[in-house]
Design a protein around this ligand. Structure first.
Ligand SMILES: [Zn+2]
Length: 384
């Protein structure tokens, strides 16, 4: 498979050159990928965001039948502060058997391998298809993938497994916690600090809200599953920021709290959200007229729940020839596939330690291992 290393490297270089930071459009990269894949595709579909500035690309190679495998990668990257980098972050550079550049590990290396494999896949006589799913806005709460997955299920044949190529150093990852993000805004009634009963102090009610989050966080420790693979083993809740009030002697008119929950399973998530709902009702009833309390969902990235009988897990064990699996502390799109009824695992080249960092890189041996895995996948889908 070494022959494919060079095309994969060239494609990776091109992909790094598109500065697809989440705040920017990814359409140039999507067009590039579509141009590369078009002639090998039996189906090619785009789904856009509401402004039409970003797109998901779904390309199918092989017959349009059930039982295919999705290779899924997000096209967006986190920002890069050029001053912290040895080279230019959006110019791929090869050094010491590594390719440096923003997104090389997270996760354009995986996407480059998939695109480089397209001509190989198209020459194999695939009995079941390979779907390449390139998404937008993963880094800000997996906002792109849901529309691609909806489209896939609505129009396409149903895949039997999804491989989400986040950097795991090509290890098989079967589970991660979810990451649910919220902003709670409490509007009170301003007044003089000396007359607390003539207004409604939003900061005081914010403090009550946070106290409830802390209680629930404590309660979650007791609900940790017996064989939890995570550290810490339980669902966590944390308020990261609180902003409110204008002066010491003024009753605060507003209090904004940004908080998150990282559930170990969906039952915990449902439990916490129901408790928060009930507590919000209780708080509202004590706040009086001309006040409000609202919680906005910023993003709800579903966790990937360990499923020992997952078809995706069986597939990866076969392709990589190992029984070894692990969990990761970060969220991915794999939980979305699982929720949609498509068994999923996380497995991709590069390491998470260098992702989101200056001088991010992927090792050439990682790209080779990824290409090998994909080649075996193509062979398997041709033989069974
Ligand atoms: Zn990523």
């Amino acid at each position: 498979m070494n022959l494919l290393r060079d095309p994969a490297m060239l494609i990776l270089g091109d992909l790094v050159g598109f500065p697809t930071v989440t705040s920017e459009s990814n359409l140039d990269l999507i067009e590039y990928a579509a141009n590369h894949l078009e002639s090998y595709a039996s189906d090619l579909r785009l789904t856009h965001d509401v402004d039409g500035q970003k797109a998901n690309l779904l390309v199918t190679i092989g017959p349009l039948v059930d039982g295919g495998v999705v290779l899924s990668g997000h096209t967006d990257v986190v920002p890069a502060d050029e001053g912290d980098w040895t080279g230019a972050p959006f110019v791929a550079m090869r050094r010491d058997q590594r390719i440096y550049g923003r997104g090389t590990a997270d996760m354009k290396g995986f996407i480059a391998c998939a695109i480089a494999m397209a001509p190989v896949f198209s020459e194999m006589s695939l009995n079941r298809p390979i779907h390449m799913a390139l998404t937008f806005d993963e880094e800000v709460g997996c906002r792109g993938a849901p529309s691609l997955i909806d489209d896939l299920l609505a129009k396409g044949p149903k895949p039997s497994a999804a491989i989400v190529g986040e950097p795991t150093a090509m290890g098989i990852v079967t589970a991660h916690k979810g990451c649910y993000e919220y902003t709670t805004t409490i509007t009170g009634v301003e007044g003089h600090g000396s007359q607390p009963d003539l207004g409604v102090n939003a900061v005081h009610h914010g403090a009550r809200f946070i106290a409830r989050l802390m209680e629930l966080g404590y309660e979650m420790k007791g609900r940790a599953p017996a064989a939890s693979p995570y550290d810490p083993p339980h669902t966590t809740i944390s308020a990261g920021t609180i902003h409110g009030g204008s002066a010491r002697n003024v009753l605060a008119g507003e209090c904004v709290i940004e908080w998150e929950m990282r559930p170990v399973n969906r039952a915990d998530a449902r439990f916490v959200l129901a408790e928060i709902d009930a507590f919000e009702e209780e708080l509202r009833s004590t706040m009086g007229p001309d006040t409000s309390l609202t919680t906005v969902r910023e993003g709800e990235v579903d966790g990937l729940e360990n499923d020992p009988s997952s078809a995706a897990l069986d597939l990866m064990r076969e392709l990589l020839g190992t029984e070894k699996t692990g969990v990761v502390p970060f969220g991915t799109e794999a939980g979305l596939y699982q929720m949609a009824g498509i068994p999923a695992v996380v497995c991709g080249p590069g390491t998470i330690e260098v992702a989101h960092q200056p001088d991010e890189y992927v090792g050439l041996e990682q790209l080779e291992a990824c290409l090998d895995m994909m080649e075996r996948l193509g062979e398997k889908l041709s033989n069974t």
